[in-house]
Design a protein around this ligand. Structure first.
Ligand code: PEP
Length: 256
């Protein structure tokens, strides 16, 4: 146990690339190929990429013999039916996805996803054995109003209410302050650690095994300091994951 009563266990670092709505079919195949060819970290770090859904099949084919995992950026809360434009968890599994982002701040802000919808998506993903990467984080206004902990607690509690604490602890949780996403303004290691320690503190008995990621303007220059923090087990990387070299550099730093 550490001094907080959290069981000490080895957590394999995880670095996930969120390609968002970028690239073409050809550039996605090329990027996936470059990542797959240069990822040879020998099992000490796990890495995954989340391309746009329409490129999942192509990227899956490129990654098939590699150690790079596949994820999606979103999932429907529904299993099937008249939900035009949505993609279900079982469809993502068919394309060999192991992970899916749920509750990314861009989904919450641009598409109005509420915490209870995010929780339903979380349940739908776990129901099909996809590992949800639950994204939580506060806006700048919320941080300035000293509401960061309250906002994150609300986002976590919605999932606990829908799925239970053990289900939450079985997922991956990414702390992504909204003010740091795509802005070049990374949270300080201390700011990230403070929130991630708070999150770990709410995960109950399984807290020691849950992988917690930081996301928000991570790059090869700032990753080392972030990964030194006790509760940071890896990163969710947006912009820097679009260049294989940068992304691989971050994976390499996670290994050390
Ligand atoms: C993200 O989209 O999850 C993200 C962290 O983006 P960026 O690294 O570009 O800030």
């Amino acid at each position: 146990m550490d001094d907080r009563g959290v069981r000490r266990v080895m957590r394999k670092p995880l670095v996930v690339g969120n390609w968002k709505m970028n690239g073409s079919r050809r550039s996605s195949i090329e990027l996936a190929g470059n990542v797959a060819n240069s990822f040879s970290i020998g099992g000490r770090v796990e890495c995954a990429v989340c391309p746009p859904n329409v490129f999942l099949a192509d990227v899956a084919a490129v990654l098939v013999d590699s150690d790079v995992g596949l994820g999606a950026q979103n999932v429907s809360q529904y299993e099937k039916g008249a939900y035009t434009g949505d993609v279900s968890a079982s469809m993502l599994v068919e394309f060999t996805c192991a992970y899916v982002l749920v509750g990314h701040s861009e989904r919450r802000a641009c598409f109005g996803e509420t915490s209870s919808q995010v929780a339903e998506k979380f349940v739908a993903a776990q129901g099909k054995e996809l590992t949800p990467i639950l994204c939580v984080g506060e806006t700048l206004v919320e941080r300035q109003a000293d509401r960061a902990f309250e906002v994150i607690a609300e986002q976590l509690d919605a999932v606990v209410a829908a799925a239970g604490l053990n289900a939450l602890a079985a997922a991956v949780i990414a702390y992504e302050p909204v003010w740091a996403i795509g802005t070049g303004e990374v949270a300080s290691p201390a700011q990230a650690q403070e929130i991630l320690a708070f999150i770990r503190g709410r995960l109950g008995e399984a807290a020691g095994t849950t992988r917690l990621l930081y996301g928000g303007s991570v790059n090869a220059e700032n990753a080392a300091q972030l990964f030194e923090q006790q509760d940071i087990d890896g990163a969710l990387v947006g912009g820097a994951s679009l260049q294989a070299e940068q992304f691989m550099a971050i994976c390499q730093i996670a290994e050390t």
